[in-house]
Design a protein around this ligand. Structure first.
Ligand code: HEM
Length: 534
């Protein structure tokens, strides 16, 4: 900076401060008034008092006071990046969704990876599920595939989600631990919810301590629908497969890394993109029709079940490349609002009772988290395609209807109109039956797929699961909870139950929990193992 551009400030004993000049723009207030002094408040005399009249200070401190917004109620710690999705195998035979029509076409995306239970300042390498949320800015609106790195979930019905999260997060009196599965409340709840046993096998596996985001799979989890131009529907499960393959760390490594660098995963993603080593995933789909769904021994609407890749192979249809870091963490990664409700023509929801609950929850929570109904005006959430509607006003409205008419129909000939040809139509599934609070009988088998996952692991992976269970349960202070978990393990694998019971020093082996349905003997599935994969 040239000498002319500095000045001596009497109020701070003669240090120099940066002032506008050369390439620097003049600092202003939010409303554009040039600022002459950004070091000192306005005072009477040399030593005060400070004047309330000081509008420059008032504005600066007022804005600082309001910098924080509520963190996400789950998935609070996350990291985002930009990139594109490129279609390699069009799905026009199955869906009219515009992004799946033309081979080679690229669609802009925003991706946010996250942990679930930890607060915003928690460590990256906690044993936890990872969120894998992708916003596709398609030509027919935003499609959000809000997935995880595990293909199944803890619970079957959205009614239990608040209980699950309360049990997993800090205990209300002591406020600890966070981002850890090692505590009484988590295992108490889980052990009382046999439907969570399949997910328990996954979270105790190496999948929940990934080497980095770049080495993780992603899953849409629920069964969705693809709908073609003639209105025909096919069920679909979405998969992300990392180009680098799957890798995890060991628990001892995770603990050391968390201590040395709690930002390990976000730093890894930032560094890889900045070095031009762009992370990449393939998008795969498992598609199946009603006949398969009816013949499948589990319910395809049950989010605690997966469809084995041996039964329905994954068809690779495109690639996701992350090639840009964000310009601003808060503007993009914090303010991005993913919603399972954001779907586009050609993609539809199924009746999965967990998915149906999510469709309400995301919109509702974002209304609060992002301060009003206009969060889709924030650039990271706004569509990239033209959009026209009559919604107006509310806090922070950035786009309002232009001109006289803000309603439809109107005889001024103004504004947009619905389009039955191209507009979104729900798949007209035939539904019927009594209105009741009920869990279908087809959701009742809680152990068969847990067992299938366990027997699909290599001996090393099985040992890691047993060690993780012993470690986590040894932090439980209440002996009955430990025994109850072992009573479920007896329905999954007797050897595993024995190992965990011995590791915990249980003197008597508990009775096996009574399954609601007999456990089905299934074959191992190599796709479920990290180490067995090429
Ligand atoms: C985030 C609710 C199940 C994946 C969230 C948020 C809520 C929520 C309230 C915070 C959103 C925000 O503040 O923007 C629910 C409910 C569920 C459920 C009620 C079950 C009834 C799931 C499942 C998955 C999932 C099954 C995976 C398939 C995610 C992801 C995020 C998230 C990835 C983070 C999105 C981001 O990065 O901003 N969920 N969730 N959730 N949820 Fe769920």
């Amino acid at each position: 900076m040239a000498k002319d551009d500095t000045r001596t400030d009497h109020g701070t004993g003669g240090e120099t401060h940066q002032t506008a000049g050369g390439p620097h723009e003049t600092m202003t207030t939010q409303v554009g008034m040039p600022v002459s002094d950004d070091q000192n408040t306005l005072k009477v005399g040399d030593r005060g008092p400070h004047l309330l009249e000081d509008q420059v200070f008032r504005e600066k401190i007022f804005h600082f006071d309001h910098e924080r917004i509520p963190e996400r109620v789950v998935h609070a710690r996350g990291y985002g990046a930009r990139g594109y999705f490129e279609l390699t195998d069009p799905l026009s035979d199955l869906t009219r969704a515009d992004l799946f029509q033309r081979k080679g076409e690229k669609t802009e995306v925003f991706v946010r990876f996250s942990t679930v239970a930890g607060n915003k300042g928690s460590a990256d390498l906690a044993r936890d599920v990872r969120g894998f949320a992708v916003k596709f800015y398609t030509k027919e609106g935003n499609w959000d595939l809000v997935g995880n790195n595990i293909p199944v979930f803890f619970i079957q019905d959205a009614m239990k989600f608040p209980d699950l999260i309360h049990a997993a997060k800090q205990e209300p009196d002591r406020g600890f631990p966070q981002a850890q599965t090692a505590h009484d409340n988590f295992w108490d709840f889980i052990s009382l919810m046999p439907e969570s046993m399949h997910m328990v096998m996954w979270i105790m596996s190496d999948r929940t301590i990934p080497r980095s985001f770049r080495f993780m799979e992603g899953f849409g989890v629920h069964t969705f629908r693809l709908v073609d131009g003639a209105g025909k529907s096919t069920f679909v499960k979405f998969h992300w497969k990392p180009k680098l393959g799957l890798q995890s760390v060991l628990w001892d490594e995770a603990v050391k890394i968390n201590g040395a660098d709690p930002d390990f995963h976000r730093r890894d993603l930032w560094d890889a993109i900045q070095m031009g080593d762009f992370p990449e995933w393939e998008l795969g789909v498992q598609v199946f029709d009603d006949a398969f769904a009816d013949s499948f021994p589990f319910d395809v609407l049950d989010a605690t079940k997966l469809i084995p890749e041996e039964d329905v192979p994954v068809r690779i249809v495109g690639r996701l490349v992350l090639d840009r870091v964000v310009d601003n963490f808060f503007a993009e990664t914090e303010q991005v609002a993913f919603q399972t409700g954001n779907i586009v023509p050609g993609i539809d929801h199924s009746n999965d009772p967990l998915l149906q609950g999510r469709n309400f929850s995301y919109l509702d929570t974002q209304l609060k988290r992002l301060g009003g109904p206009n969060f889709n005006h924030i650039p990271v959430n706004a569509p990239r395609c033209p959009f026209h509607h009559f919604q107006q006003d509310g806090h922070m409205a950035m786009h309002n209807p232009v001109g006289r008419a803000n309603y439809e129909p109107n005889s001024h000939g103004l504004g947009p109109r619905e389009n039955p040809e191209t507009g979104f139509t729900s798949y007209p599934a035939e539904e019927g039956g009594a209105k009741r609070r009920i869990r279908a009988e087809s959701f009742a088998d809680h152990y068969s797929q847990a067992r299938q996952f366990y027997i699909s692991q290599t001996a090393i992976e099985q040992a890691n699961i047993a060690n993780a269970l012993v470690f986590e349960l040894s932090k439980c202070e209440i002996p009955e909870i430990r025994a109850r978990v072992v009573s479920h393990l007896l329905n999954i694998d007797a050897g595993l139950a024995e190992e965990v019971a011995t590791g915990l020093g249980l003197t008597d082996m508990p009775e096996a929990a009574t399954p609601a349905k007999p456990v089905v003997e299934t074959e191992p599935s190599p796709a479920l193992s990290i180490l067995a994969q090429p």
